[in-house]
Design a protein around this ligand. Sequence first.
Ligand SMILES: Cc1cc2nc3c(=O)[nH]c(=O)nc-3n(C[C@H](O)[C@H](O)[C@H](O)COP(=O)(O)OP(=O)(O)OC[C@H]3O[C@@H](n4cnc5c(N)ncnc54)[C@H](O)[C@@H]3O)c2cc1C
Length: 460
Amino acid sequence: MQAMEELSRLPNRPLWQAPAKQRAALEGAVEADVAIVGAGYTGLWTAYYLLKDDPALRVVLLDREHVGFGASGRNGGWASAIFPISLEKVASFASRGAALDLQAAMNETVDEIGRVTAAEGIDADYAKEGFLSLARSAAQAERAQSAVRSSVAFGLPDQVRYIGADEAVTRVGATDVRGGVYTPHCATIHPGKLVRGLAETVESLGARIYHGTPVTDIAPGAVTTPNGSVRARTVIRATEAYSSQQPGARRAVIPLYSLVLATEPLDAGLRASLNLDHRMAFNDMRHLRVYAQVTEEGRLVFGGRGAPYHFNSRIAPGFDTKDSVHHKVFQTLTEFFPQLADVRVTHRWGGALGVARDWCPSIGYDPETGMGWAGNYVGDGVATSNLAGRILRNLIFRRDDALERLPIVNHRSPSWEREPFRWFGVNLGLAAAAAGDAEERFTDRPSKVAGLLEKMTGAH
Ligand SMILES: Cc1cc2nc3c(=O)[nH]c(=O)nc-3n(C[C@H](O)[C@H](O)[C@H](O)COP(=O)(O)OP(=O)(O)OC[C@H]3O[C@@H](n4cnc5c(N)ncnc54)[C@H](O)[C@@H]3O)c2cc1C
């Protein structure tokens, strides 16, 4: 098929990319109050909130590549209140009340991103129009209704709402729509504009950002790079999936790849005919997650998981594209919208998500050593990284408000298995999710295999 051949020829280039602002690499020894490793959302939001509270603080950020090189410059642009594990799972290691507090904080975080971008004049194409997860089979419809029932039973009558087929299809004109779950707690953004805008904002507040500076050692009071070092009372690791490459964190997190493509801008008439003339985030309720948004300029951005986990948690530029997976993502897009079979895809790319063994994000700080970290957001870090930035500020300043009592604070996940068990288990899990979707298409009944997988991981 012609479109697939063209897709395979596309280079690895995120739609959101723009020429990186030139910033120098670190040379020599520098003194600071806070050194942050990684200039993605986590590092930048942390710097932002610290400097807003204490403008005199000396904050230094170091990135091996450049601002937004990692997932922050490659994601699908959902700033959502979705948490990667179910609230029931959170309650199982914390309490029901703590899980409810976490959901409330996630909801509020979506608005906080809108508030700060407006206040700081960061044009990140922020649009809070919610998120619709379509049910496109009987099995998905059953899952959608059960998700809404669970949410209400958990004590959240307004978090999500089931909508019937007639209403759902007027919101997103995909095929086979049988209903859907809608939540207002989601905005879509332009990831690149957000990360670059944040970087300029923290620089205007006094932070220094170094590009091309790989940190080779992160220790209490100091970070080391090939041509320099930073001595600082507080050191924050904000390297998400890349933490898997650092000594001491190799089994704490694994990189899981997610691959994305973007179409040319769709003309307004076509978008209107597909009920895509909005900025609402959407997907369907399949097990192997897909995600979509229509950008400010009318492009359809569509992504999905399913790329293999690479032995020993390897991360390499070559893994950002994989023809068979990008083809599958395009095929899924055209299953949603057969009218787009001839649309031109102009960009494809991919990136690594950070995943802990229990799929639970964590944010922590040890006041004794001055070492902090935040990450393991799975595919839900756009909003969670903002919450992480505020929590780290509170922990560093020893501020006492409700945020640092959230159950993700100082959460310790179990370690991943050693290889080759890890490689085998993770890829088996990915295959089971894909097989579950295929089974549901064939039988139109909920897949037992995929259901079991979700029970085992607690992911949803
Ligand atoms: C394809 C894709 C789609 C996604 N879609 C969504 C979505 O729609 N919604 C959502 O909520 N989340 C999504 N995510 C997840 C989200 O993007 C991430 O959780 C979030 O961006 C993590 O931000 P971060 O700052 O913690 O990490 P990153 O953005 O990955 O930043 C880490 C930085 O650390 C630097 N670094 C690494 N090692 C070193 C070192 N040794 N020395 C110096 N610097 C180093 C890297 O260069 C990088 O810039 C997606 C992720 C991917 C990959």
